[in-house]
Design a protein around this ligand. Structure first.
Ligand code: ZN
Length: 217
């Protein structure tokens, strides 16, 4: 079995080296999949502009932190008139634009946050050698469709949109393991109002969400 099948099953990368470092185990890998399409015009990338390395925090292996040093390619967009001259490939199921964590690690962290919330999630991640913070964990919860009735078991955690400036409260359906709503502010009155209108199934008249269109500005 190749090392790629162990560390990156089904993912188009080739492992070129593995070594120990201060931050944990470092896996050097290179993207080797089909060239991507230009995100602006869908023209297939053919000509490589350059290559560079980016670091992705990965899920731990044998209790040690794992970092993937991933070599990716930048391609020219050769379609005349496209406003994008070059673009960088993303590796499906592994990397995303601007993200410093792998997709798999983000899924782990999202599950941890859903089950135990941001505060305990941060402590659990520290024990598991997963580098993150509470605000980052809570930010992984996607904006959900708001249910008409409150879940049977409701988890509540507060977080900062901007630290010391603007706060919110995330509500989690613990049994379904998913976020159900994000409230503006962190005061008990707001939460009580949400409970009140969702307990009676009158979410459409909820003063917090008159149109069910998301968190009020
Ligand atoms: Zn293009």
């Amino acid at each position: 079995m190749a090392i790629e099948d162990v560390l990156f099953p089904g993912i188009d990368v080739r492992v070129t080296a593995v070594h120990a470092a201060v931050e944990g185990v470092v896996v050097e890998a290179a993207a080797c999949g089909r060239p991507p399409d230009c995100p602006s015009c869908d023209c297939a990338g053919r000509r490589v502009h350059s290559r560079y390395r980016r670091s992705l925090a990965e899920r731990t292996v044998a209790g040690r932190s794992l970092v993937t040093s991933l070599r990716v390619r930048r391609f020219f967009c050769e379609r005349a008139g496209c406003r994008r001259r070059t673009f960088v490939e993303q590796v499906p199921d592994l990397s995303e634009r601007y993200r410093r964590h792998s997709i798999g690690l983000r899924q782990w962290m999202r599950s941890i946050t859903t089950f135990v919330g941001g505060r305990l999630g941060k402590r659990l991640c520290q024990i598991l050698q997963l580098p993150t913070g509470r605000t980052h964990l809570l930010g992984l919860l996607t904006d959900p469709p708001v249910p008409e009735r409150a879940p049977r078991v409701l988890g509540v955690d507060e977080f900062a949109f901007r630290k010391g400036w603007r706060y919110g409260t995330v509500l989690v359906d613990v049994e379904a393991a998913r976020a159900v709503d994000v409230l503006p502010g962190r005061d008990a009155v707001t939460f009580a109002a949400w409970l009140n209108c969702h307990r009676c199934g009158a979410a459409g008249r909820c003063p917090l969400r008159p149109s069910q269109g998301g968190v009020p500005p």
